[in-house]
Design a protein around this ligand. Structure first.
Ligand code: DON
Length: 568
């Protein structure tokens, strides 16, 4: 009898695992990422994922793990992990309630619309990207404290303890990190006027101990978020910044608040997709692109096929053209979100699309809306053992931000001011064009492309996903969701798959080099598309978590970085 039961059980298991694989496409090699039963953290560094998972094991939830993971990234991944930057959180609680937190940087009170222009009205090179004038008021500490205070379970000292230990005891440089640090070596020296912690010809395997950061985190752990915005840390930060010529004051820091926002939510087939609302363009653009492509049979065309690429690229162009004109900080500009994301408007936008030839970028521009309605980054995904899920993207903007390093406090400062449109029509670092909606004003938040996203299927949690990559963030998140939903790849395959990108201007398809078939590229060129394989060695570093049919979690940690999934 027992043997019979065992046999039945084995049969059931094999049927259910067959079922799981049946859903994968021919493109799939059936390779899955890490599988965990209860909970998972996927981030840009193994140390950060481990610390996040450790906090979950101690009984913390996703919001406690968020604080730990974000700060551990600030220690071990200073390229983008930060105290001196900002970010966005999308959450879905176990009971299905969802929300968004905006902890984006703000322009200083003394900021002006033309602050990056010379007397002739030309953009002053590097002023918005390098050094003290590029820095926006950091939002990260306010963000992680706001999220943890509202939803967390543990006390802050318990959460920050392993992070402080990481800063104090050190972490090891990876191969990829060695290359990044070497690339920025001379810039660190030039911007800071002296050697900094990361200027020591660091090699893979070398240990970094950041005592100054350990002390900063210790004070924050003891005194809370106000330590950063009003306490000794605030004073040291402002003193440092002003000595470097910054316009940031203590009042700027004291006035900073993270803001709860209504996220963007929309349907695509049987999926409900929830992503970041303005001041990020991520959710609106993702909604626009997915609604524009929904009527096309992408699955039938095939993964990264000529027709699938054409449809996606043409929808991307139209969305990025709207982004540049309509989007900005919702506290400063009226954004016609309802119209911009309506099916009627979006299907009309695609009316002039043809498989025969590209729609030229200069014939696209932003869509017409009659009358306004009254209406270098890192991503981590966490699912906790209670069924809560979060998607968080955080950034200093460029790699190591403004390159300005506050030695006494142990962290880099952002260059997020460059995400504003310094001058209408003038591209920023990511080649993005902006207009009045994203012009600079005191206390305004600069427009972002960050797209932390949670996907539900049949009302249940399905996926948490996001990525760095500046303007390519939106299209990388888009492709990852479609890779799973339309092209039936595993989470790990979906994040590793080659990516392409179009952002309206420049009028070209950016493709990851050596990743796409030469014949496919020739076919696209023959149709009239310009292909650029030089611009981006990689497009995005996507991290995600997928809920499988059997209720286990699959982590997707992008092979392009040192990203690691840790679960239990
Ligand atoms: O908010 C934004 O859209 C940019 N500051 C993101 C920068 C970024 O992703 C850099 N990573 N490669």
């Amino acid at each position: 009898m027992n043997r019979l039961l065992l046999l039945c059980f084995a049969l059931l298991i094999s049927i259910s695992s067959c079922k799981k694989d049946e859903k994968l496409s021919k493109t799939s090699t059936n390779k899955r990422g890490l599988i965990a039963k209860k909970a998972m953290v996927v981030s840009a560094r193994e140390e950060a994922s481990k610390i996040g998972a450790e906090i979950l094991k101690q009984g913390g939830n996703a919001f406690d793990a968020m604080m730990a993971t974000e700060m551990a990234l600030a220690v071990a991944y200073p390229y983008a992990g930060n105290l001196g930057g900002g970010g966005f959180l999308i959450y879905r609680m176990a009971d299905g309630t969802k929300g968004a937190l905006d902890y984006r940087e703000k322009a200083p009170l003394a900021a002006t619309k033309d602050m990056y222009l010379d007397d002739d009205g030309n953009v002053i090179k590097d002023l918005s990207t390098v050094g003290s004038m590029a820095v926006g008021i950091p939002g990260t500490i306010a963000g992680i404290f706001e999220a943890q205070k509202r939803f967390g379970k543990l006390d802050v000292t318990t959460i920050l303890k392993p992070v402080i230990a990481l800063a104090k005891n050190g972490y090891y440089i990876t191969d990829k990190q060695e290359k990044r640090i070497a690339h920025y070596d001379s810039m660190f020296r030039a911007v800071n006027g002296k050697e900094i912690l990361y200027n020591n010809n660091l090699k893979s395997g070398d240990q970094i101990i950041n005592t100054a950061l350990a002390e900063t985190l210790q004070r924050i752990s003891k005194n809370g978020r106000d330590e950063f915005y009003k306490g000794e840390t605030a004073k040291k930060l402002v003193e440092f910044l002003q000595a470097k010529g910054s316009i940031i004051t203590l009042e700027d820091l004291a006035k900073y608040e993270a803001k709860w926002r209504d996220p963007i939510s929309f349907q695509y087939d049987d999926l409900t997709i929830t992503s970041m609302s303005p001041p990020s363009s991520g959710g609106v653009c993702l909604n626009q692109i997915m609604t524009m492509v929904e009527p096309f049979d992408l699955k039938d065309y095939g993964h990264n096929s000529l027709k699938a690429i054409q449809v996606l690229v043409e929808a991307e162009k139209r969305a990025y053209a709207d982004r540049s004109y309509y989007l900005g900080d919702p506290d400063f500009v009226d954004i016609p979100i309802k119209t911009l994301t309506s099916e009627v408007y979006l299907h009309k936008r695609m009316e002039n699309f043809s498989f025969k030839s590209p729609t030229p970028a200069d014939s696209i521009s932003h869509g017409d809306i009659v009358g306004y309605e009254s209406d270098e980054t890192t991503h981590y995904s966490i699912v906790d053992q209670f069924g809560n899920a979060i998607a968080v993207t955080t950034t200093l903007n460029g790699g190591y931000g403004s390159k300005l390093y506050v030695e006494e406090l142990g962290f880099f400062l952002n260059n997020e001011m460059d995400d504003f449109s310094s001058k209408p029509g003038e591209p920023n670092y990511y080649g993005l064009i902006g207009a009045e909606a994203n012009s600079i004003a005191p206390e305004k938040r600069m427009l972002s492309s960050m797209t932390p996203t949670i996907v539900e299927k049949d009302g249940e949690f399905y996926m948490s996903v996001g990525t760095p990559g500046g303007s390519t963030i939106i299209t990388s998140v888009l492709q990852t969701i479609l890779n799973i939903h339309e092209f039936e790849l595993t989470m790990q395959e979906a994040v590793n798959a080659p990516r392409f990108h179009n952002q309206w201007l420049p009028d070209e398809i950016r493709m990851e080099p050596h990743s796409f078939d030469k014949k496919l590229i020739k076919e696209l060129e023959a149709l009239g598309y310009t292909i650029n394989e030089e611009r981006s060695p990689i497009i995005g570093i996507v991290d995600g978590i997928l809920m499988l049919d059997d209720g286990t979690l699959e982590g997707g940690a992008d092979k392009r970085g040192d990203d690691t999934a840790v679960g239990f």
